[in-house]
Design a protein around this ligand. Structure first.
Ligand code: FES
Length: 119
């Protein structure tokens, strides 16, 4: 799947989504395109769901402040990824996706539709 067809995909209200710090977004394109949505200090971040090390589920990780920036720690081997740009200290990288909030509605700029539960 290429990157064409990116659109703002509605995810839900801020009130609803802010209840969880980390959650999985299921893609209509299949599991490989799922995202992880993070909510930290009033801001949302979206990143590929599966860790670029060995495929761990980043939506089950812990958000940590590390060197002055917020990171997700992968639950499998503990590598950290910067929530803002997806970078990692040993050169691994996660794709990140822009998130916006308008009138209490949250959207992510992405190539497939997304939902909070598997369809
Ligand atoms: S699978 Fe994520 S750190 Fe190894």
């Amino acid at each position: 799947m290429d990157d064409s067809g990116k659109e703002w995909r509605y995810l839900g209200t801020k009130e609803e989504l802010a209840k969880k710090k980390c959650q999985r977004l299921y893609s209509t394109g299949g599991k490989v395109y799922d995202l992880a949505l993070f909510y930290h200090e009033g801001k949302f971040y979206a990143m590929e769901a599966w860790c670029s090390h060995l495929g761990g589920p980043l939506f089950s990780g812990e958000i940590e402040d590390y060197k002055g920036r917020c990171h997700i720690m992968c639950p499998w081997h503990g590598y950290m990824f910067d929530l803002q740009d997806g970078t990692n200290e040993i050169g691994l990288r996660q794709e990140v996706h822009e998130v916006k909030t308008e009138d209490d509605k949250v959207y992510v700029l992405y190539k497939t539709e997304l939902s909070l539960s598997a369809k």
